[in-house]
Every structure is written in structure tokens, then in C-alpha cells.
Design a binder for this molecule. Structure first.
Ligand SMILES: [Zn+2]
Length: 246
């Protein structure tokens, strides 16, 4: 099969701009399921706070409206701060069992997502499932293992998460910003992340659609920024990826 991806050199931690510091704790803010209502606030807050963030987008949400495409373009236009990756074309249309039981058609769905979203990396996140498949990080339940193997053989990295800022039935953040910041501290302190000193937070764009809820995101980011040795990175900077891409 032809190589579907470009090979771009990954930024080195030993570059003059980013000296290697083993005491650093790396935080990856990841926003799923956009473009949606809420995506604009995620963009504005991360730009205002100057923190890196990663968007796992759904091809269908990008392509169905001009508003979706505009938000997508906004993210793509700031590659120094943001990375954009494939979260499938259809998000399995919510039928996760069927999706994962048919890895060939699931792969086609991701290829369609890749064609629509045109990311400059080969990172994917599975819909509704916390699976990992990088060079160093592996995690897949029996249900998603066939798809994870297929993705691996095609050279894709599957990215999961270490903790989630969950949402309630109204799509709003369940925990307070303070609780989330303390959970980050605790996971680092007890070395309960997939990769030591690297922590991936899952959030969903729609959680921050209202101004009251977007203030919570800004508060949480502000609390983490105050911690010594915490640094925000794009998910493309996560260690142990199969292909060095940005
Ligand atoms: Zn999702």
C-alpha cells in the first residue's frame, strides 16, 4: 500500500528553544468531537493563555457546514499552538460495537476522515474508546484490538487519554476546575499516567459552549499554569510516536 503520510521531522526537546529538562511535566490538552459549538471558545482561551492544545476532529462535523470549516481553518492557521488530528469521519454514528467489529470499514472511515481533515500527522483517536497504540504505549480492549492492529500496520498512532474532564447529561463540565487541577497533580505525583511525566487530558469542545463554562476552562488552565515545571505541549510532541510528524 502506498505511504499515505508525509514525514516531517518532530521538534526535538534538545533544540535551543526547548532545552531538555527532566523535571518538566508535560500536559496535553485534547479537545474531541469538533468542530462544534464550543470550539471557538477553546481556540480563544488557548490563544489568550498561550497554551498548546490538540483537536481531534470529526470529518463529518467539519464538512457539513461553513461554520465547521471556518473553525477548522482557524485551528489549522495556528500550527505553533495547535495540532489537529483525525477522530474518524463518522464517530461510528454512535454504533460503537458494529464499528469495532468491522475493522476494514472502520479503517475506511478513518481514511475518509483523513481526506476531509487533511491533518499533517497520522495520529488518530478512536471514537468512544480509550485505546493506545504508539511505539511505546499499548492499550486495546478485545473489542478494538483488531482495528488497533490494522491501524498499527498502516503506521498510524492511536492516542488515548490519562484523565477526562467529564460532562453531564446537558453536555456541561461535571467537575470544578480546581478538582481537575488537583487530579492532574495527583496523577503526576503517583506516576499514574501512560508515560511518566506526560499527561493527556480529554475534554470535549461542546462542554465550553457557554461563556460560564468557558470561564471554567480558562480557570483550570490558569491553575495549571501556576504550577512549577508544568508545560503544555501539542499531542504531536508526545514521546514514542511511530512517525515523527508535526
Ligand atoms: Zn469522540
Amino acid at each position: 500500500m502506498a505511504e499515505p503520510f508525509h514525514t516531517i521531522k518532530k521538534p526535538s526537546f534538545e533544540s535551543p528553544n526547548q532545552p531538555f529538562d527532566s523535571t518538566l511535566k508535560h500536559i496535553y490538552l485534547t479537545f474531541d468531537d469538533g468542530p462544534l459549538n464550543g470550539t471557538a471558545n477553546c481556540i480563544i482561551i488557548c490563544e489568550r493563555e498561550k497554551v498548546a492544545a490538540s483537536f481531534f476532529q470529526i470529518g463529518l462535523h467539519q464538512s457539513r457546514s461553513s461554520k465547521g470549516r471556518k473553525l477548522y481553518e482557524q485551528i489549522k492557521s495556528n500550527p505553533s499552538l495547535f495540532s489537529l488530528s483525525n477522530h474518524s469521519y463518522s464517530h461510528a454514528y454512535g454504533k460503537y460495537m458494529w464499528f469495532y467489529q468491522h475493522p476494514d470499514s472502520a479503517t475506511l472511515d478513518f481514511l475518509k476522515g483523513q481526506a476531509v481533515l487533511a491533518p499533517t500527522n497520522n495520529l488518530v483517536r478512536f471514537p468512544g474508546n480509550n485505546a493506545w497504540d504508539t511505539k511505546d504505549a499499548k492499550k486495546a480492549s478485545w473489542l478494538v484490538k483488531p482495528l488497533a492492529h490494522k491501524m498499527d500496520s498502516l503506521g498510524w498512532d492511536v492516542i488515548g487519554w490519562d484523565m477526562e474532564w467529564r460532562f453531564n447529561k446537558y453536555g456541561k463540565p461535571m467537575q470544578s476546575p480546581e478538582t481537575i487541577a488537583l487530579l492532574v497533580d495527583s496523577l503526576f505525583e503517583h506516576n499514574q499516567t501512560k508515560t511518566k511525566n506526560h499527561l493527556v487530558i480529554l475534554m470535549h469542545d461542546h462542554m465550553f459552549a457557554s461563556s460560564a463554562d468557558s470561564i471554567k476552562l480558562e480557570k483550570m488552565v490558569g491553575l495549571l499554569k501556576k504550577r512549577k515545571h508544568y508545560q503544555f505541549d501539542k499531542i504531536t510532541q508526545y514521546p514514542g510516536l511511530k512517525n515523527a510528524l508535526n
